[in-house]
Design a protein around this ligand. Sequence first.
Ligand code: NAD
Length: 283
Amino acid sequence: MFVFKAAVVGAGTMGGEIAQTIANAEIPVVLKDVEQKFVDAGLEKARSLWQGRVDAGKLEAEELERKLGLITGTTSYDGFGDVDFVIEAVPERMEIKRAVFSELDEVTPGHAILASNTSSLSITEMGEATGRPEQVVGFHFFYPASVMRLIEVIEGEDTSPETTQTATNFAQAIRKMPIRCDEAPGFVVNRILNSSVSELWRFQEESGTDTKEIDRLVSESKAAPMGPFFLADLLGLDTVLHVAEHLQESYGDRFYVHKQMQELVAAGDLGVKTGKGFYEHSS
Ligand SMILES: NC(=O)c1ccc[n+]([C@@H]2O[C@H](COP(=O)([O-])OP(=O)(O)OC[C@H]3O[C@@H](n4cnc5c(N)ncnc54)[C@H](O)[C@@H]3O)[C@@H](O)[C@H]2O)c1
């Protein structure tokens, strides 16, 4: 099946860039969130990515406007009646995801594939909230979605081979590199990433070393582009914490849950998106 029109639900840290990536491949896309200010922030993110290309002399200003016109922002399900592929990118909580999947089942055409950008949750459970579990699949982008090429295509227990094939083709159509994986906790990348980051988190709390000092040492060693605490602020501490907790529940204490991160999330300090996390961030 060819994807002529797509939709993204949730215009947060991931959703705006996912919509921009799809529109950049010339595929029209609807971008939905619960409030207009979140939709506007997602559209602004898309504009700023193309603006960077204009500033670098790689895109005409008129092209920016034309590409932006391929994204339709909305707070309702208007425009979902003729979509072929939907990517859900709402917060990492199963009850929110299941509610969204149940709504998508009502408002999209019967042939549409319903995909989730989840970092760790069960695709099978999301599929069970719909009448088409064979057309539900994981479609996991990495931050920042406009730049990172990998997409994990995750098969739930009921996902059909045709759905996996369409998701794989769609990933390639938007110039990404898909890998297929099973519904194992953390899938592939987060399981590998968290096993090393867990050790840094554990070391920090056991030794009492300053988080910024660890970030500085990691950056200076060039082992990674940035340290684990600054990275967590960028990704969103609620998302990072959820993945860490899920991995510890699934695989035991070889995965670590950082206590200060739990406290920050409980206080509503989620990193860049709220202006404060391990660091203070100006907007
Ligand atoms: N942040 C990352 O680095 C990252 C990377 C890969 C995957 N993910 C996954 O992507 C998903 C979204 O993460 P995020 O970091 O973009 O979260 P976020 O909190 O930045 O954004 C979520 C957005 O969803 C909106 N939303 C909430 N309920 C909604 C609903 N019912 N309908 C429409 N919109 C709704 C919120 O208003 C918010 O704008 C999560 O499943 C997360 O695990 C995140």
